[in-house]
Write a protein that binds this ligand. Structure first.
Ligand code: E4P
Length: 307
C-alpha cells in the first residue's frame, strides 16, 4: 500500500515549505517555498553559516540557489514585509532579487517572487508579471484578496489554512476545529472553486498547515506547500488519499463572478475581521523576523572583522 504522501502526489504538486536545505534534499519536492521566518531559523543554524552575507537580499538568494540545486522546479523568495504598502519599492526589490538570481546563473522561470497580498502588493505583482517576473501572493486570508490576485493575472497564490484555523480556534476558545468545519480548509476550497469555475490560470497553492487532515482535505488543489514535519507524518502513514478538489466539480458550482476594484477590495477585505487581523499580524511578524535576521548578519560580520 502507498503512503499518504505518495498518494497525495497523484492529485497535487507537493512543495516543501522550509529554509532547511537538507530537508529539501531529503524530500525532493517539485518546488520549495521560503519566508523571512523560515530563513531566520535556517540562518541561526550553524549548518548554513556558509550562506551568510552582510546583505540580507544576498542571503535570501544564497538560500534560494542552494535549494534550487535539489529541486527541478521553482523556489519562492519573499519581498521585505516593510514594502507591503509600497508598489514601486516592491517592484524594485523584486527586480533586484531577479537580477541577483540571474547573476548567479538562475533563470527567472525558476523563481517566484513572494509578495504580501495587500492592494499595493497585488498591483506590484500585476506589473512584474508583465515583465516575465512570476509572483506568489502570500499572506492571503480573504476572498477579496484571492479575487484581486486572479484579476491581476498573478502566477500563483498561497492561501493560508493554519493561520485562519488559529484565529478561529482562539476566537472560539476551543482546542481544535474538525476538518469538516475548518474555516481555513473552506477558504482554500472556495477560492479553488471560484478560479476553476471562471477559468483563471492563477495556480492555487494551499499553505500554512497545522495538521495532516487539513492537507488531505485539499487533495487535488493545484499545489500544496508542506513543512518537513508534516511531510514526515504523511510519509509514515499508509493509505490512499481520495481527491477532494477537482476542476470538473468546481465548474458545476453556481459561484458568481465578482467585479473587483480598489474600493471593493478594501471594503470586502475589511469586512472580514479574521483576514484584517491576520494580514496585519503577518506583516508585523515577517518584518520582526527580517529585522532579527539583519541583526544576526550584523553580529556575524562584526565577529568576522574582529578575528
Ligand atoms: C508559505 O508560503 C507560508 O509562508 C507558510 O506556509 C506559512 O506557514 P505558517 O502559518 O506555519 O507560518
Amino acid at each position: 500500500m502507498r503512503n499518504q504522501l505518495e498518494s497525495l502526489k497523484a492529485h497535487s504538486l507537493v512543495v516543501a515549505d522550509t529554509g532547511d536545505i537538507e530537508a529539501v534534499a531529503r524530500w525532493k519536492p517539485q518546488d520549495a517555498t521560503t519566508n523571512p521566518s523560515l530563513l531566520l531559523t535556517s540562518a541561526e543554524d550553524p549548518r548554513f553559516r556558509h550562506l551568510m552575507d552582510r546583505d540580507v537580499d544576498r542571503v535570501f538568494i544564497n538560500f534560494g540557489c542552494e535549494i534550487l540545486k535539489h529541486i527541478p522546479g521553482r523556489v519562492s523568495t519573499e519581498v521585505d514585509a516593510r514594502l507591503s504598502f509600497d508598489t514601486a519599492k516592491s517592484i524594485e526589490k523584486a527586480r533586484r532579487f531577479i537580477s541577483l538570481y540571474e547573476e548567479a546563473g538562475v533563470k527567472r522561470e525558476r523563481v517566484l517572487i513572494k509578495l504580501a497580498s495587500t492592494w499595493e502588493g497585488i498591483k506590484a505583482a500585476e506589473k512584474l508579471e508583465r515583465e516575465g517576473i512570476h509572483c506568489n501572493m502570500t499572506l492571503l486570508f480573504s476572498f477579496a484578496q484571492a479575487v484581486a490576485c486572479a484579476d491581476a493575472g498573478v502566477t500563483l497564490i498561497s492561501p493560508f489554512v493554519g493561520r485562519i484555523y488559529d484565529w478561529y480556534r482562539q476566537q472560539r476558545k476551543v482546542e481544535d476545529i474538525e476538518i469538516s468545519e475548518d474555516p481555513g480548509v473552506a477558504s482554500v476550497a472556495r477560492i479553488y472553486t471560484y478560479y476553476k469555475k471562471h477559468g483563471y490560470q492563477t495556480q492555487v497553492m494551499g499553505a500554512s498547515f497545522r495538521k495532516t487532515g487539513q492537507i488531505l482535505a485539499l487533495a487535488g488543489c493545484d499545489l500544496l506547500t508542506i513543512a518537513p514535519d508534516l511531510l514526515e507524518k504523511l510519509s509514515r502513514t499508509e493509505g490512499d488519499v481520495p481527491r477532494k478538489l477537482s476542476p470538473e466539480t468546481a465548474k458545476r458550482s453556481e459561484v458568481q463572478k465578482i467585479a473587483m476594484d480598489e474600493k471593493a477590495f478594501r471594503w470586502m477585505h475589511n469586512e472580514d475581521a479574521m483576514a484584517t487581523d491576520k494580514l496585519a499580524e503577518g506583516i508585523r511578524r515577517f518584518d520582526a523576523d527580517a529585522r532579527k535576521l539583519e541583526k544576526l548578519l550584523t553580529s556575524l560580520s562584526a565577529a568576522v572583522t574582529a578575528k
